[in-house]
Ligand binder design. Structure first.
Ligand code: CMC
Length: 428
């Protein structure tokens, strides 16, 4: 393999260094392209552009592989726990027993939010989408925790990281309770991360609530499956926002805003709404035809991925988790699961989907699972945001610690009017 890429442009020859990663495609380093040739590259949607160097997550989209710090996602999800995965993403290694106890203790004992933040919620309409509340309240953390906004201080970065992992479930549960018109429930430090979240969402002061350990384990696994995913749209948003030196709470709020879109994290809500709209297996052919029709904007939500051209490895674990949750809850006949399974079967054998390599992604089965756990569709993307926070934070920390880090400033292919003179209003 050559370590130089040659470019012939405008009658001149140029050479650019080629870098090899630990695995994955080579990267042509074009950082000096403009300085040497006077030309930019154009790559809308960044399909061929590596925006940074990273040691955190690796995806082989052709083979359907997802590794966190080298560990396959299915092993982490089936054998590990979410806080262990958080530690892995943040610090690069799985924790030993002492490290695990220290980290879990630190997260568990910082779950409460500043009491005055409760008033913030009251400013939102009761029918506000919980993601709108998340964007606002997470951004507002920077107004309450001034001692962890100096990004140049490693200690403050560490405190901000742990604070967000600890407090996001509390904020997410409060967004849910506010939406529902129920009183906020304080966190309980004797519960594990997922159990505490279920407790804050589903317990009410008027009766006892016991967390079902099978459901808590399923939720923990859902968190692991969403923890990080390389340089996706919301992670790139966090990196770009923080490249200007913005504080970490503001940057994570920016990531949450990006995640909300239906092409990204919002797809889990959209996928469940679509399954409900299809309603029964006999209507599937009609929707498959609509998805294939170029003149119809309808897409099969939960299908296709920018990087995976194979079955999303997270979708496989999610499908299994969906079955476990439904079995535990004694739901033997879920019409939406029937629609999902039949839709998957038909789409996977349809030439349109086969040729375009459109496979189910993580969002296809997550909605069914979250709905069975008791969450309304409006909360689905909130749960995604809660779990992805650790990925965003890990990527943010890596970026801040990278000595090559500079403000992100893409350029453009300008196609607007060339210079012209101002015309006075009466002469236009
Ligand atoms: N249904 C029908 N056709 C599709 C679909 C779909 N879900 N996804 C892609 N296509 C077609 C698309 O019309 C295009 O066809 P053609 O080449 O004839 O113009 C081709 O496949 C390539 O699509 P694209 O939009 O150029 O691909 P992309 O990489 O820009 O988009 C995507 C990726 C995930 C946005 C897209 O597949 C999609 O909109 N899927 C539905 C939404 C969804 O499930 N998103 C969740 C992604 S996974 C969770 C996460 O990481 O956030």
């Amino acid at each position: 393999m050559s370590d130089k890429a040659k470019l012939h442009y405008n009658g001149n020859d140029y050479e650019f260094p080629v870098q090899q990663g630990a695995i994955g495609p080579d990267v042509i380093d074009i950082s000096k392209l403009y300085a040497e040739t006077g030309a930019f590259t154009l790559d809308p949607g960044f399909t061929s552009t590596a925006s940074c160097e990273s040691e955190i997550t690796y995806i082989d989209g052709e083979k359907g592989i997802l590794l966190h710090r080298g560990y396959p996602i299915d092993q982490l999800a089936e054998e590990g726990h979410f806080l262990e995965t958080c530690y892995l993403l943040l610090y690069g290694e799985l924790p030993n027993e002492t490290q695990r106890a220290e980290f879990e203790g630190a997260i568990t004992y910082h779950t409460m939010i500043h009491e005055q933040m409760h008033q913030l919620f009251m400013g939102f309409r009761r029918d506000a989408h919980p993601m709108a509340i998340m964007v606002g309240v997470v951004g507002a953390l920077s107004a309450f925790y001034h001692d962890s906004t100096d990004i140049h201080d490693p200690q403050q970065r560490e405190i901000a990281s742990r604070r967000m992992i600890a407090k996001l479930p509390t904020i997410a549960a409060m967004a849910y309770k506010y939406h529902k018109g129920q009183p906020f429930v304080y966190p309980r430090n004797d519960l594990d991360y997922a159990s505490n979240f279920l407790h804050m969402c589903f317990s009410v002061p008027s009766e006892d609530y016991e967390v079902n350990p099978v459901l808590a384990r399923a939720l923990d696994r859902i968190f692991i499956l969403h923890a990080d995913h390389e340089q996706n749209a919301s992670t790139s948003t966090v990196r770009l926002a923080s490249s200007s030196g913005a504080n970490p709470f503001a940057c994570i709020a920016a990531g949450i805003a990006c995640l909300w879109g239906p092409s990204h994290g919002g797809a889990n809500e959209a996928a469940l709404n679509m399954l409900a709209e299809i309603g029964s297996t006999d209507r599937i052919p009609e929707f498959i035809e609509r998805a294939k029709d170029k003149d119809d904007p309808f897409r099969l939500m939960g299908f296709g991925h920018r990087v995976y051209k194979n079955y999303d490895p997270r979708a496989k674990v999610m499908q299994k988790t969906a079955h476990e949750v439904l079995t535990e809850l004694g739901i033997t006949d879920d019409p939406l699961l029937d629609v999902a399974q039949e839709l998957e079967k038909i789409a996977l054998s349809d030439p349109y989907f086969v040729e375009k390599k459109l496979y189910p992604n993580i969002d296809f089965y997550s909605g069914i699972t979250l709905r069975a756990l008791g969450f309304p569709t409006s909360m689905f993307t909130v749960l995604f945001a809660l779990a992805r926070t650790v990925g965003w934070i890990s990527q943010w920390r890596e970026m801040i610690e990278d000595p090559k880090q500079r403000i992100g400033r893409p350029r453009q292919l300008y196609t607007g009017p060339t210079q012209r003179d101002y015309v006075a209003p009466e002469k236009r």
